[in-house]
Unconditional design. Sequence first.
Length: 180
Amino acid sequence: MPAPPDAAHYRPSPARLRRARCGMIEVAAGRLVSVRPRLFARRVSQLEVSLWGRLAHRLRTGDRCWLYYRQPRRLRQFLIVDYALSAQGTSLATIRGALGALDELARWKRCDAILCDVTTARISDRLLARWGWQAHAPSPWHRHFIKRFYGQYPATDTLAGAMLARELASPSDARLALCR
């Protein structure tokens, strides 16, 4: 039985990434570390977010962000952000880099929209509106947001597109910054 690929050198093909229903985007210091397809979605409960999420955020240091997404079988035109986890020293550029990679992935998959449920109060509605997200399906217990494309994708950050293409195609360690 062959050994599993080393995570540092594992780069899925663009075709496999387009087909994958679930995955994880990892960004560190404003640079894309990896986009990994997963077999199963990272589903979390409200309790896990409030307890484990806060603890993990406090214990992890550095400038890192992990963003878990999925594409439901019945609704292939949507991407759903299931979980985003950041370290204590995560910068705005790193978060913006993860969202830029998610936007580019939505373009590759020809998705109409990205959906998320924001549970932390540290992410303001104003910031999300600035980045193109709109409040969706108001609820007293949840803050649902949607970023709509419907074939009209925002101007591509050429740096993000080039970085994703290079990250998936070349085995080199050179990584470009997503944010300037």
